[in-house]
Design a protein around this ligand. Structure first.
Ligand code: FES
Length: 160
């Protein structure tokens, strides 16, 4: 983390009192500004509110809204809702994991993709569904997955 980022972190903390009860609001504010919780931020917060780093890591791991890793440039979200599940969401997710080389909740090492799942995208009639950067892809199958991601991950562009 560079000096500027650390200075910004300290500025964020300056708006708080340093109480243990401020942990979640502080983490959320850091994440809103950085996109995730850098390890340097965890250390600063730990010292600021006098809570062990391990506790902060377990809190950050427990709350799905909090991220310990940066997001990829492209966000892939696979629906695991009932309609999608019945129509093959587990196979779709597995295929994406194979194609991108990451598991659910992970970001690719080149920071190109972050893969997540969601309870329902709201397009159940198009099940199974996924979104790439918010764009819905419906009636998915493993061949369609390959087309979307082989074109985009290798050549750096998306099928729109
Ligand atoms: S269950 Fe997948 S879109 Fe609703």
């Amino acid at each position: 983390m560079d000096e500027l980022a650390e200075e910004f972190l300290r500025e964020i903390l300056s708006f708080y009192q340093g109480h243990k009860s401020e942990l979640i609001p502080i983490l959320l504010e850091i994440q809103n500004n950085f996109g995730y919780l850098p390890k340097e931020a965890i250390l600063l917060v730990s010292n600021f509110i006098n809570v062990p780093k391990g506790h902060i890591y377990s809190v950050a791991s427990f709350y799905t809204r909090l991220r310990l890793l940066p997001l990829g440039r492209h966000r892939v979200t696979v629906c695991r809702g009932t309609a999608c599940h019945i129509r093959g969401a587990p196979q779709i997710l597995k295929e994406i994991e194979n194609v991108l080389g990451i598991k659910e909740g992970e970001t690719s090492s080149d920071l190109e993709y972050t893969l997540d799942t969601v309870a329902c995208i709201g397009c159940c009639a198009l099940a199974p569904c996924l979104t790439v950067d918010g764009k819905v892809h419906g009636a998915m199958n493993t061949d369609k997955v390959k087309k979307i991601f082989e074109a985009s991950s290798v050549k750096g562009k998306h099928e729109q």
